[in-house]
Design a binder for this molecule. Structure first.
Ligand code: BG6
Length: 489
């Protein structure tokens, strides 16, 4: 007989925020409809302003239509899903206003509770303390924390101390949704289930690594948030660092959460803390100016809000990072991320070294080095670029690159989103794909170094036109080392 899906109470703090409505609700809708969550489970959204249950359900319905792939919000299923939704208007920072929430939760004291904190991280401490004061933290409660947690190492520690005073580390799920993407998990499968890669995975054979996360969107109505964080804190300190860890970590002894996280922490700790001179040379900050995106004119960052601003916040970052250990010494990791770039794509390029000597004259054309190309989005694929003889009688021994493609797409027309996978892991109490405190600390430590030098040395953003690939300084950064960014496509 198949196992019954768990029945849980999920409380979303910041229930009408962009993330809750755009990502969390659609993910829960799928998990419910596919019976990963028991039908009696409840989703309780806390909101600031008074909202009736009908208004709340109508809003969620409208947003599901907006954010689910077309045709996926079934009216028949909506009826049963909407019956699981409740909304409570409350001041989440004041323990005195938790009475209604407590009343609801205490109807089922044995049920696992998932508190999803989809609010600014500055409120995490208040919420956890209020939950404890109102007796709502049971042994089977879990708390999910959205990134970025804090603004730097000091504020991260302050916030995390308050959370860990209430929840045990095993109950805390620090989310980085990149770890829930299928291809990202495939990196582990590729590296640790295929013996051919292990002997090649080091500085003797790999020339360099590139990690790019390019977005075409701007700040999307989140100017206030973005202004405080910028690309370094919003993307590099978490998503790009996690991708770097998965590429650079040593094989873990087991696939359990601590074994994997121990190896990732070692990588983060081995990241070189650059000095001032290196930071000036090896990092680039950019900010988009007005331009075009998908053929339409778009404003620059400074005008991308309800009123114009003056700001030096970066919307683009390029960095050459180095890992000081035996495996990676001398292998640069080039990281790049930006908003309003020419195309939306995330990819990782592992470029192998050139052959030491070529026996192919080929009109003096050099033999191209092998590359492992991992596309994370929008399409998911893993390709190995190899050199091959051009076919036919007339081409002599001319060579051409060919792609050996691992087809990672399933026949399933819809692959689960990162939030679906990660929420299911929280429901099943599996923390492997979540970040441990020391991981976040190590990532902040490295990021703080760069952020502080940028501030102290007044390293200003360089403008780039929306719809391009960032400032020219990012091209110069890699070309100075005799390399170039991989051409996507
Ligand atoms: C979020 C950032 O964590 O990731 C956003 O806060 C960014 O600024 C988003 O747009 C990108 O996620 P994805 O999955 O669309 O690449």
């Amino acid at each position: 007989m198949s196992k019954q899906p768990p029945v849980v109470d999920i409380v979303i703090f910041g229930g009408h925020g962009d993330l809750a409505l755009r990502k969390i609700m659609p993910a829960l809708y799928f998990l419910f409809s596919q019976k990963y969550i028991g039908v009696e489970s409840r989703i309780i959204s806390t909101v600031r302003h008074p909202f009736s249950q009908t208004e709340h359900r109508n809003l969620v319905h409208q947003k599901l239509h907006e954010y689910l792939p077309p045709g996926h919000c079934s009216e028949a299923y909506w009826q049963s899903f909407s019956a699981r939704l409740t909304c409570i208007s409350m001041d989440i920072t004041d323990a005195g206003s938790y009475t209604e929430l407590a009343g609801l939760l205490q109807k089922f004291p044995e049920r696992a509770r998932i508190y999803y904190l989809s609010t600014p991280s500055s409120l995490f401490g208040n919420i956890c303390t209020a939950l404890e004061q109102t007796g709502l933290v049971t042994p089977d409660s879990r708390v999910v924390l959205e990134k970025p947690i804090g603004h730097d190492m000091a504020s991260f520690r302050q916030i995390d101390d308050l959370v860990t005073a209430v929840f045990h580390e095993s109950q805390i799920f620090r989310i980085d949704h990149y770890l829930g993407k299928d291809t990202v998990q495939n990196i582990l499968a590729l590296r640790f289930s295929n013996a051919i890669f292990k002997p090649l995975w080091n500085s003797q054979n790999i020339d360099h690594v590139q990690i790019t996360v390019a977005e075409t969107v701007g700040v999307e109505g989140r100017w206030g948030y973005y202004e405080r964080y910028g690309a370094m804190r919003d993307m590099v300190q978490n998503h790009l660092m996690q991708l770097l860890c998965l590429i650079a970590m040593e094989p873990p002894g087991h696939l359990d959460s601590d074994s994997v996280r121990n190896e990732k922490v070692k990588v983060l700790k081995a990241l070189r803390k650059m000095d001032k001179r290196e930071i000036a040379e090896k990092t680039v900050r950019g900010q988009y100016r007005k331009g075009a995106s998908n053929g339409l004119p778009v404003p620059g960052y400074l005008e991308d809000d309800t009123e114009p601003h003056v700001s030096d916040t970066e919307t683009f970052v390029a960095i050459r990072a180095d890992i000081d250990n035996w495996t990676w010494s001398g292998v640069p990791f080039y990281l790049r991320t930006g908003k309003r770039m020419s195309e939306r794509f995330s990819e990782i390029i592992i470029q192998f070294k050139k052959i030491p000597h070529s026996v192919f004259p080929d009109n003096g054309k050099p033999v191209e080095p092998n590359k492992l190309v991992i596309h994370l989005q929008p399409e998911e694929s893993i390709k190995l670029l190899l050199m091959n003889k051009k076919p036919g009688l007339t081409n002599g021994m001319s060579l051409r690159p060919v792609e050996l493609e691992l087809n990672v797409a399933e026949d399933d027309p819809r692959s689960p989103t990162a939030y679906e996978r990660l929420l299911l892991d929280v429901i099943n109490n599996d923390p492997t794909l979540f970040m441990r405190r020391d991981e976040v600390e190590a990532a902040w430590e490295w990021a703080d170094y760069i952020l502080n030098h940028w501030e102290e040395d007044s390293i200003r953003v360089k403008g780039y036109t929306a719809g391009t690939d960032g400032p020219s300084a990012a091209v110069a950064l890699i070309e100075r080392d005799g390399r170039s960014w991989h051409e996507h496509g």
